[in-house]
Design a binder for this molecule. Structure first.
Ligand SMILES: Nc1ncnc2c1ncn2[C@@H]1O[C@H](COP(=O)(O)OP(=O)(O)O)[C@@H](O)[C@H]1O
Ligand SMILES: [Mg+2]
Length: 517
């Protein structure tokens, strides 16, 4: 007999429909799995055989062929165990395959028949819905994730015998988990809100750094913070996601898909609602940073998509590793080529980097720092010009003075507390809205994406501002690059101010934000 079951394979950030076909015929007893599959998929036959035996079904002495179509997409991983088992059960007549039509199956099997959680469930269920399926059978541990998708039923199963009961019409697929899951979800969200979220109000003083954070978030400008250890650089970086505009539902789904594929979705939080913050160590490998591996996996730049990628101690990173960031910074996505195909991952992150001003960290405080000028310049030169070119904002911070650190703590949201995250986010959101409207036909979203030619059109300056710009250009001996940086940042500062023209005050502030020139 012949039986076809629907499943899905992960390719890049999406899932593609796969048909798992099984054929049982008379002939020499054997079991083969074909269709451009990896050895991991081929091993499924041993798991399927043992899992079936644990349910009291042994394979008849027949010739069994399983084919995974289409044959031109590489199939890897253990997610096909469950559909292979179902197809074989259908082919030998142990279940009624009609019940499983219009149903997608994914899941890994254990020898004792248990069904194990897998990665990439959300994109698979989205694919099932697109393919017109009515239901999706997934491991119980993945059910909450599958339920994110509306308009398709998700059935979580614990073991192969659940599947057999369902496919024989002995169980309707409703579990105790179904009815309580909505309640649980509401509870979970409430719990999350009660947890203390990081907030800019936690940072005492450092007004300049907070202002830079608002500008960076408003125009999606990459930001470099330099200053002595313990000044609050890491604290500020961590809090930038809290002032970026809230994610839309589509953006939440997009990010959740990436984390699902990477296997990093927290069990208690199937839908990611907050912007990501990634903080890889400076010894991070190229593959971990940009993605890769034998079975391609998203890297840090992709996991930071729509959020913040924080690189602490930037000069400690290998120069070659830093340079790898240039492509994703430019294109907002990364491309990985493998034998199995070419994969494209989104990488639209906001880069926030931190560095000490010198190897010991305390320059220009000469009571603590004894680094020589040569050492200091060598340290700073570790970051190439090409990289600096992609960082619009440069903020220098000093250690917090005692009187600010001990200032009476203001309550979050209290009148006068102008520098908590909620207030800062309001400013950012207003400026983002202006940019979205201005660039809707251009295919860009933020001022930081303006190209040289576009700058002339979209960054009109007042006469005063023009004079200041000219003066700065001559006295600071700016490059064309520096000039464009200042105009882009000036544009964002004017947008924060709600001004169509870039005025003198906006330009002066933009110049102050570029003190590396
Ligand atoms: N401006 C600040 N306000 C309040 N606490 C601060 C401030 N700066 C530093 N701290 C304290 O110092 C610790 C280290 O700060 P961190 O942000 O890691 O410094 P850096 O990254 O600049 O070395 C923080 O966890 C916090 O307790
Ligand atoms: Mg730090």
């Amino acid at each position: 007999m012949f039986c076809r079951i629907r499943s899905a394979v992960i390719s890049g950030v999406d899932a593609l429909s796969v048909a798992v076909e099984a054929d049982a015929s008379t002939g020499l007893p054997m079991f083969s799995i074909i269709g451009y599959v990896s050895s991991q998929v081929r091993e499924a036959q041993e798991r399927v055989r043992a899992a079936m035996r644990s349910c009291g079904i042994s394979l008849p002495p027949q010739r069994l062929t399983v084919n995974l179509a289409p044959g031109d997409i590489r199939k890897d991983g253990t997610r096909f165990d469950l559909p292979i088992a179902a197809a074989v059960l259908g082919a030998i007549g142990a279940i009624d395959p009609v019940i499983l039509s219009e149903t997608m199956l994914i899941g890994e099997l254990r020898l004792d028949g248990r069904v194990e959680q897998i990665n990439g469930v959300l994109p698979s269920v989205l694919c099932a819905k697109k393919a017109g399926c009515r239901a999706c059978i997934v491991p119980e541990g993945n059910q909450a994730e599958a339920e994110i998708v509306d308009g398709i039923r998700s059935i979580g199963i614990r073991d192969l015998s659940d599947l057999i009961r369902y496919a024989r019409g002995e169980w309707d697929g409703a579990t105790a988990a179904d009815s309580v899951s909505a309640e649980k979800d509401a509870e979970r969200i409430k719990g999350k809100q009660k947890e203390v979220q990081p907030d800019f109000a936690d940072i005492q003083g450092q007004e300049q750094m907070k202002r830079c954070a608002v500008i960076a978030a408003a125009g999606f400008h990459n930001l470099l913070i330099s200053g002595p250890p313990g000044a609050g650089k890491s604290m500020a970086a961590q809090r930038i996601p809290t002032i970026l505009p809230e994610l839309t539902r589509d953006e939440q789904l997009e990010i959740t898909k990436l984390y699902s594929i990477a296997g990093l979705l927290p069990r208690d939080q199937p839908l990611l609602r907050f912007r990501p913050f990634r903080n890889p160590h400076h010894s991070v490998t190229p593959a971990a940073l940009c993605g890769g591996g034998r079975i391609p996996q998203p890297g840090e730049v992709t996991l930071a998509h729509r959020g913040v990628l924080f690189l602490d101690e930037l000069p400690e990173m290998k120069r070659e590793t830093i340079e790898l960031l240039r492509q994703p910074l430019e294109d907002r996505h990364v491309t990985i080529s493998r034998i199995g195909g070419t994969f494209d991952y989104p990488a639209g992150f906001l880069l926030v980097a931190a560095m000490n001003p010198c190897p010991c960290g305390y320059f220009p405080d000469r009571s603590k720092c004894q680094c020589s000028p040569a050492e200091i310049s060598l340290y700073r030169r570790k970051i190439s010009h090409a990289m600096m070119d992609r960082i619009d904002l440069h903020c220098e911070v000093k250690a917090v003075p005692y009187h600010q650190l001990t200032a009476v703590e203001r309550m979050k949201g209290e009148a006068g507390a102008a520098d908590d995250s909620a207030h800062m986010r309001k400013q950012v959101t207003a400026a983002v809205r202006i940019q979205t409207a201005r660039y809707q036909d251009l295919g860009i979203h933020f001022n930081s994406e303006l190209q040289a030619a576009q700058i002339r059109q979209y960054c009109p300056v007042t006469d005063d501002a023009g004079r200041t710009l000219k003066l700065a250009f001559e006295t600071l001996r700016l490059s064309a690059r520096g000039y464009h940086h200042i105009l882009r940042v000036g544009r964002t500062i004017a947008d924060l101010d709600g001004s169509e023209l870039i005025a003198e005050g906006h330009i002066s502030e933009a110049i102050m934000c570029r003190n590396c020139d």
